[in-house]
Design a protein around this ligand. Structure first.
Ligand code: MF3
Ligand code: CO
Length: 291
């Protein structure tokens, strides 16, 4: 159910126009779809032009941070060096690293190596070595607007099995993005990702997923990386969310470190890879905001 608004009140989108002269028709169409049994997004999930512009500025910071990380991801790089570089680049651009203190998270970036699925700590004692596959997950806040994306790095010579996992996971993300269509469904994304992972003998983590992002770090909707095409929430122009499949070489099960309650590992100790981007649903398809 959409929030009800008086016809003469300012539109929820922030245009300053009266609701009756702005999104009232848009809302009526959404409500008609809801009556037909579709799940529709809330107003909060649909960003206006100004919000989109500001979120894009935040995404530029995130891209710059990851571009700087690209240059240091070589065998021998330590977690704390990555964390320091994230701080340096982010603050120099007038932004704040979103992970720091987020629900008590103690660092500015997540670095997840090999069997780590996500939320790995960028520790000084963690020296990444030749043959490792490392996900670096960066998130920025610029003028109150959030961005979130991650890349995988293969350090030096990496085994063919690891290289393939990283490549297939990237393909999974890409297929997930390409499944995004205005008035399509959220389930289309997960279906595309899961099918490609399974075709390669991999399994997708299902209870950690993508999310709306921009006004807050983690917003609704939850973006599952497994799913059924044609099901789930309708994708409406103006929605911004991440697609960030975690793909495991073995089983989909994972465990969370009992001591720090953050770092996530595959249960079977096999490798895991992840890529993350942020996309905007547009009238004609999608726009990739950061990656
Ligand atoms: N960047 C992660 C994501 O993709 C979230 C990390 S939460 C943190 O959603 F606290 F670990 F940063
Ligand atoms: Co994310």
């Amino acid at each position: 159910m959409l929030e009800k608004l008086g016809r003469n009140l300012p539109c929820w989108c922030g245009s300053g126009k009266k609701y009756k002269n702005c999104h009232i028709h848009f809302d009526e169409e959404l409500e008609a779809l809801e009556k037909q049994g579709e799940e529709i997004p809330t107003h909060r999930m649909i960003k206006n032009a100004e919000q989109i512009a500001r979120i894009k500025e935040s995404c530029k910071v995130n891209i710059a941070v990851l571009d700087a990380i690209d240059k240091i991801m070589k065998p021998g790089v330590r977690g704390d060096e990555i964390n320091d570089l994230v701080n340096e680049v982010t603050y120099s651009m007038g932004a704040i690293p979103a992970p720091l203190h987020y629900e008590g998270y103690p660092y500015s970036v997540c670095t997840s190596v090999n069997s780590q699925v996500c939320h790995g700590f960028p520790l000084k004692s963690r020296v990444f070595k030749e043959g490792d596959i490392v996900n670096v997950d960066c998130s920025s806040i610029l003028d109150g607007y959030f961005s979130d994306s991650s890349r995988m790095y293969c350090l030096g010579e990496v085994s063919p099995a690891r290289k393939k996992l990283v490549e297939v996971t990237r393909e999974c993300m890409k297929l997930g993005i390409e499944a995004v269509k205005p008035y399509g469904h959220l389930g289309d994304i997960g279906a595309a990702i899961d099918a490609h992972a399974r075709a390669n003998g991999y399994r997708v983590v299902d209870s950690i997923g993508g999310h709306g992002c921009g006004i807050e770090f983690h917003e609704d909707p939850f973006v599952s990386h497994v799913g059924e095409a044609g099901t789930g929430m309708l994708l409406i122009p103006g929605m911004i969310f991440t697609i960030e499949p975690m793909v495991n070489a073995g089983g989909a099960d994972y465990i969370t470190d009992k001591k720090n309650n953050w770092e996530v590992y595959t249960r079977d100790g096999k490798d895991s890879a992840q890529w993350e981007n942020m996309i905007l649903v547009t009238e004609t398809g999608y726009e990739i905001l950061c990656w």
